[in-house]
Ligand binder design. Structure first.
Ligand SMILES: [Zn+2]
Length: 439
């Protein structure tokens, strides 16, 4: 009976015209079906559903398993509703598909996995219909976005061999500096990449200090920010076999130059924020976005930094950053039994917006609406870990060498002395030595 209902629901779901503006009646209908289906699954899966769903998340918690399930499903529906809007999907389609894929692959809750997968497959098929060819005038950003979308759709089993082959040929139209903003073969992550102009939004060339359009002084992106963007691009390139300017290993190898992590939540500027996201994207790209656990021994400095700073995300009311912390700390072995993870879950369960999202409802950029919601779903979820592992096991020896170097550096530095300069120098020397050895 349940299987039949599921098939019927799926057919209704896929027979609907995929794109609509606003919030059309069929979305409400789909949600109604999904809601019923979720309830059905819960009854089918749980031995005593009432007991499980009414159970506190931990002894003494004011929230129950039912509260968590409801919050997560509401969040997922918010993301899907916004993904159905033409403008949003044109801009962030590749990222929406990746969001649905990663949740469908990593989250333990079967309802969430299935719902995210259905949403992801529907959006991936739509994306495929809209992206059959690489445009003749495509710039590097367009090709990157196509490579991302192609990989996300492939990950959900929605393939297009012709587009993939074309991307493999056309990707060489541009070089590392076009895709990654620096060439990791010849230079470390640079500090001279300007952020887009605060006044007019223009993108300016590396090294510019004033906007070429409006002459407004430019703010430089941090090295961390430039580096982790490149890490993501080359990760997607390595997954899909379509290299965006450089290899993942060529970007990862600069990690020791970003250590030790000295940023503090009270710092001016973006240094702390970018350090957090650089670290969480080391974790995401190494564990296929929460599919594998990681030994904290491989990344001891990253683990310590996250553990010491999670509270800052709650203090700063940063729904996006909090989920990043929780994802990585769970990968390193923290669980819902840990007080800091519980604090994060309490935060999310008491701060969900009426529309199912998390974060600032007045934010105009849809990315800053769905992304914190994605991270909140992640922060609230238990994961179906596939054991300890790495997305690319071949980088393990390098991580082990760096971890040993990091430990010996810490043990050599005398307490109380200012070692920032010589510490960096030492790390750079280690870095050069290890890369010579590795090559
Ligand atoms: Zn400007």
């Amino acid at each position: 009976m349940l299987r039949k209902l599921l098939c019927l629901t799926l057919s209704l779901f896929f027979l609907q015209p995929a794109l609509s503006l606003g919030r059309p009646p069929f979305v409400a209908a789909v949600e109604h079906h999904q809601f019923n289906q979720s309830a059905g699954h819960n009854h089918a899966n749980a031995a005593s559903p009432g007991k499980t769903r009414g159970r506190p998340l931990w002894p003494g918690s004011r929230f129950t398993e039912a509260d968590r399930s409801r919050a997560v499903m509401r969040g997922l529906k918010f993301i899907y509703r916004t993904a159905l809007q033409r403008k949003n999907f044109e801009e962030y389609g590749h990222d929406y598909i990746w969001c649905f894929y990663t949740l469908s692959a990593a989250v333990r809750d079967v309802n969430v996995r299935r719902t995210a997968r259905r949403m992801g497959i529907e959006r991936a098929r739509f994306w495929r219909r809209a992206h059959r060819l690489v445009p003749a005038d495509a710039d590097a950003a367009t090709i990157s976005s196509l490579v991302y979308g192609n990989d996300a759709a492939d990950s959900l089993g929605v393939y297009d061999a012709a587009l993939k082959n074309q991307l493999k040929r056309e990707v060489s139209r541009f070089k590392a500096r076009d895709y990654l903003l620096f060439d990791p073969l010849v230079e470390p992550p640079p500090g001279d990449v300007p952020d887009e102009c605060k006044r007019c939004g223009a993108n300016n060339a590396r090294g510019s200090t004033a906007c070429f359009v409006c002459q407004t002084p430019l703010i430089m992106r941090t090295r961390y920010d430039v580096w982790y963007d490149a890490l993501i691009s080359t990760y997607v390139g390595k997954r899909s076999g379509i290299t965006l300017g450089a290899r993942y290993e060529d970007v990862l190898k600069w990690l020791p130059t970003l250590r030790p992590y000295r940023a503090s939540p009270s710092d001016e500027g973006e240094e702390f924020h970018d350090t957090v996201y650089a670290i969480t994207h080391i974790v995401y790209t190494l564990n296929n976005y929460s599919q594998y656990k990681l030994s904290p021994r491989l990344l001891p400095q990253e683990f310590e930094f996250l553990k010491a700073n999670l509270k800052a995300a709650i203090d700063e009311d940063d729904a996006d950053m909090l989920g990043e912390f929780m994802d990585s700390l769970r990968a390193f072995g923290l669980t819902t039994g840990d007080p800091s993870i519980r604090a994060g879950m309490e935060y999310y369960l008491s701060r969900q917006n009426r529309d199912g999202s998390w974060g600032d409802v007045n934010e105009k950029d849809i990315y800053m609406r769905y992304h914190p919601t994605w991270n909140a779903i992640a922060g609230l979820s238990e994961y179906a870990w596939q054991g300890e592992g790495l997305s690319f096991p071949e980088v393990k020896p390098l991580l082990e060498k760096w971890a040993r170097a990091g430990v010996s550096d810490i043990s050599r530095s005398s307490p109380g002395s200012d070692t920032s300069l010589c510490g960096n120098h030492r790390l750079l020397s280690n870095f050069m030595r290890y890369n010579l050895e590795a090559n």
